[in-house]
Design a protein around this ligand. Sequence first.
Ligand code: SDX
Length: 436
Amino acid sequence: MTPSDVKATLSFSDGSPKMDLPIYKGTVGPDVIDIRKLYAQTGKFTYDPGFLSTASCNSTITYIDGDKGELLYRGYPIEQLATQCDYLDTCYLLLNGDLPDATQRSDFHKLVINHTMVNEQMQFFLRGFRRDAHPMAVLTGLIGGLSAFYHDSTDINNPEHRHVAAIRLIAKMPTLVAMAYKYGIGQPYMYPKNDLSYSGNFLRMMFGTPCEEYVVNPVLERALDRIFILHADHEQNASTSTVRLCGSSGTNPFAAIAAGVACLWGPAHGGANEACLNMLEDIQRQGGVSKVGEFMEKVKDKNSGVKLMGFGHRVYKNYDPRAKLMQETCNEVLAELGLENDPLFKLAKELEKIALEDEYFVSRKLYPNVDFYSGIVQRAIGIPVNLFTGIFALARTVGWIAQLNEMISDPEYKIGRPRQLFVGAASRDVQPVGER
Ligand code: SDX
């Protein structure tokens, strides 16, 4: 962080003493005002529920320019990574700070692929769930439970433990997500195969059966790999902030990632892809494109509580670059599968067209986000709606780990402990029950 020559001066209209606050500049993006000494010097807190104007940390991992609609992982534009690299290259980049050379790439791919199996006890863990349990409930349990199997990599302050836990989590998430799916449909689990790619392995564990050889479709394999890249990290979003706050207590990496999975499940966050597809299917059931106008009126009516899922973003006030890439992936997959006329894709494009011309959306700078098209392409691949957020969690695990490791490696890090504005009852005495 570079101290700026400019200071912020805080003054109070009641003549309380002024206070100079240092300002720091990043490589790019908004400067920050350092308020760490504010309470000690003024006895006052800042107030920012939802953290609309608060930087919780300094980071070198992901940068988003919401106005430009720009997303960089370690400085590389998402458009280049999604078209020139694969997901494991992206994992290496997020974890280590740069793209791997040929040897590093081969070694990392082998390392991950050779850790894809999970302990055989996991299948008995799954049996504790109902077959119709939501996969995100299952995954929250399985990932939290991983710490029970790997006592040799649970000391978050040990860099070697963090590295081993990172590889195990990245490698085993596809296996666990596929197991949650197979458990739900009553099919046998498929063991990972080390001669397949990361994404090809996942497709086979999901859709293969012991009854016949599963042939990986290279178009679907590439599309899924790109979906993983697009979801890999995204600055200090709600689930990443959850992982950082959880990890700041010194808990083990598996527990911190399980907290991230739980947070991601929410429909305002990673659960939006499932909610968006359910929204499209509802409109389709009611009449499809002819009902879009009526639906949009509901969205614009504050009292309806209806939102256009997959639209809007706290940071992007322009088109989410991931949504553009996701739409392209949609086109490729639907063409490969002969589903160019997929009614939901047509409906989504009509919704987008209308929204982008409507003053309600334009004035609020609401654009499609990563979740708007991801459900359509996942559904076309054969992934069930209730597993969409599980796919998001699979892909985001590397981002959560990279952010967690960055925090723990910072000698200045402390346990996160926000304060509050207390507006409850002042001190009062308990009255005997007969006098209450
Ligand atoms: C993800 O943070 C990340 O980086 C997250 C993520 C990641 O990769 O980690 O990008 C992944 O979570 C993407 C977002 C997925 N969520 C959805 O698609 C759900 C629908 N979107 C909204 O719930 C909303 O846009 C949020 C939650 C995404 C952002 O909400 P904010 O920043 O708190 O904005 P807001 O709710 O204050 O909205 C501003 C205005 C409000 O109207 P007014 O009060 O000004 O009249 O825009 C309206 C909102 O009502 N609005 C919407 C809307 N999103 C915002 N109106 C209709 N439909 C929407 N989708």
